[in-house]
Design a protein around this ligand. Structure first.
Ligand code: SF4
Length: 589
């Protein structure tokens, strides 16, 4: 890896004034835990924008004098900076990549308009900074993230690719194919020890030079973001797409096939979109791209609130999207917002309870986002007129606590608040650990959160013999769901499987008479493929869950069992007797 590319990312000398005292403080007074480290980092913000990342602080230590200047040896210093291995404890290493800035069909009043970013993201968010540093190139983002994980000692053999940015379904199909293919190319190359970043790094790089700031207070339903970004794209690419950002389905499928045996396998692929963009053609396209999960912007279950916020779709659109995605077997992660324009705390809690309880919805995962006001959002106008106010911290805590207490055991509440840096927030909570604070509030009242995240065992070793297999059933608009879970005697969740038993005609010939496995997840520190250990992933729990699902499907009258497998798990399912279809893998029950 050449020095030139390193400098492209970060130059410690250019930040020596803020970086040196931060490094000195960490070296002299080792932070007791991740939160203490976070507090130190926040005391020395990076000049111009954002906070220093851990890798940048380590680079600063090395470049600005190392042990000779700061006292602590490099080994000790790096150990202080190393995050606890939280990200990979659920068994899979997440790699988040952002699409390039591109027009979005939405006009949502709360949505940021940072024209250097894909719609709805701010350039100071940690993931967004990484994407910008890599010029939104999917190959560079994926490869460099894997490299960073590897350098921090995390395994990289099983990867969940999470594609974020604006409305995925609105990007041209050729860009979608190219974007996903380049992610797969990076996984394949990284797993094989190949670094093709220098060849890949030729994408236009003007986004971070774009000085235009959008003032939310001057907006009134017009998408200035779309106008500026559209103009810039035409200047860069001669159109909305650069000529190099395209590939054929054959090329994508070849990259996917290579990934089936790669050293870094894609075991999940997530895309994000709006409910009104979900139709049968789009769902099929997502599946063909290799997606297994869709992040769906529901935001509210109140039509008046959706209209006030210019969402451009109603609750019925979300109902239709849920039904379609579930029929095709996707895992559904819903985004739900609190404190939107026109919302009330009581309405937010009622909407959340409907989201997790109404058979038309019942997502598998949830992101709960209290509205945070940023200066580029049209909501500023409503703030200044007094039409919108953030809930007080106490009121918001009550709402979040009520939502957390209502989340059932079959749902994972994956995130509670956006990752905006506090200096971007004009109004709204700055409590970054809202979930923990809400969990404490519940605990004081003798209530425990019961969602998946509260109960998952994460990295601990377990005795596979003493596990109990529990089965939970719930109705949805498309049939019945079974949530099969291995649990410990201490009520910890070790692994689970989501099985759909559809009640109507299959939406695709391959799914005729088939029950559908939508997810298999077994926890345990993510070991290298072929590794050995006491991890639940190596105790055969996945196989036992699939066998149990097949028996349930047979009893329910389904002749076949299909699975919406990720590209990197195809080989595992073949070992279990599944054969490849065009979109799913199948076996007789
Ligand atoms: S659809 Fe999503 S990305 Fe587009 S404007 Fe609305 S919130 Fe922002």
């Amino acid at each position: 890896m050449g020095a030139t590319r390193r400098q492209l990312w970060f130059d410690p000398d250019a930040h020596a004034r803020e970086l040196a005292p931060l490094v000195a403080e960490i070296a002299a007074d080792p932070p007791s835990d991740a939160r203490a480290l976070d507090r130190m980092v926040r005391r020395y913000p990076k000049r111009g924008r954002g906070l220093f990342r851990k890798s940048e602080i380590i680079a600063g230590y090395r470049a600005l004098g190392g042990a000779a200047r700061f006292g602590a040896s490099e080994r000790d210093f790096v150990a202080r900076m190393r995050p606890r291995p939280v990200r990979t404890l659920s068994g899979v290493t997440p790699v988040t990549v952002l699409t390039k800035p591109y027009p979005c069909p939405g006009r949502c009043v709360f949505c940021p308009n940072d024209v250097r970013m894909p719609k709805s993201y701010l350039s100071d968010e940690p993931g967004a900074q990484r994407a910008e540093d890599n010029r939104f190139d999917p190959y560079l983002q994926t490869w460099n993230r894997l490299r960073a994980y590897h350098e921090m000692g995390h395994p990289t053999s099983k990867v969940e690719l999470i594609v974020l940015g604006g409305t995925w379904s609105h990007y041209p199909e050729s860009y979608q194919r190219w974007f996903v293919k380049r992610c797969f190319d990076a996984l394949n190359d990284f797993g094989a020890g190949v670094d093709a970043c220098p060849a890949a790094g030729k994408a236009p790089a003007r986004w971070n030079e774009l000085a235009t700031r959008v003032e939310g207070r001057s907006l009134d339903g017009e998408s200035v973001y779309n106008r500026i970004v559209g103009r810039e794209l035409r200047a860069i690419a001669g159109g909305l797409l650069h000529v190099s950002e395209a590939c054929s389905w054959d090329e994508l499928e070849a990259a996917q096939r290579r990934n089936e045996r790669a050293g870094a396998r894609c075991v999940g692929l997530s895309l994000e979109t709006r409910p009104d963009e979900v139709d049968a053609a789009e769902v099929l396209r997502m599946r063909r791209l290799g997606a297994t999960k869709v992040q769906l912007g529901v935001q509210s279950l109140d039509d008046a609130v959706l209209a006030a916020n210019r969402r451009g779709h109603d609750v019925a659109a979300a109902r239709r999207a849920f039904a379609l995605l579930r029929r095709f077997g996707f895992k559904i992660q819903a985004h739900y917002m609190l404190n939107l324009l026109g919302a009330t705390p009581e309405g937010d809690v009622a909407g959340f309870r409907a989201l997790v309880g109404d058979p038309d919805f019942r997502p598998d995962e949830l992101k709960l986002y209290p509205t945070l006001l940023v200066e580029s959002a049209e909501l500023v106008r409503h703030f200044e007129s007094g039409a919108w106010r953030p809930y007080t911290d106490e009121k918001l805590l009550e709402v979040v606590s009520a939502c957390l207490a209502s989340a059932p055991e079959t749902v994972r509440l994956s995130r509670v608040i956006r990752d905006f840096s506090s200096h971007d927030i004009v109004a709204g909570t700055r409590t970054a650990n809202l979930r923990e604070v809400a969990a404490r509030r519940l605990a004081e009242r003798g209530v425990s959160a019961r969602d998946i995240r509260a109960r998952e065992i994460r990295g601990e070793a377990v005795d596979a013999v003493r596990l109990v297999l529990r089965e939970r059933a719930y109705a949805t608009s498309t049939g019945e769901e079974r949530f099969l879970a291995f649990e410990t005697a201490e009520d910890r969740l070790v692994g689970f499987l989501r099985l759909s038993l559809p009640d109507a005609a299959a939406p695709h010939a391959e799914l005729e008479r088939a029950a559908l496995i939508r997810e298999v997840h077994v926890y345990g520190a993510s070991l290298e493929v072929g590794g050995r250990g006491a991890s639940p992933q190596h105790a055969g729990l996945g196989r036992r869950l699939v066998e149990h699902a097949a028996a349930i499907a047979r009893r329910a009258g389904h002749a076949r069992l299909a699975v919406i497998s990720a590209v990197g798990t195809r080989a595992w399912y073949r070992n279990l007797g599944f054969t490849d279809g065009s979109l799913y893998q199948l076996t007789d029950t």
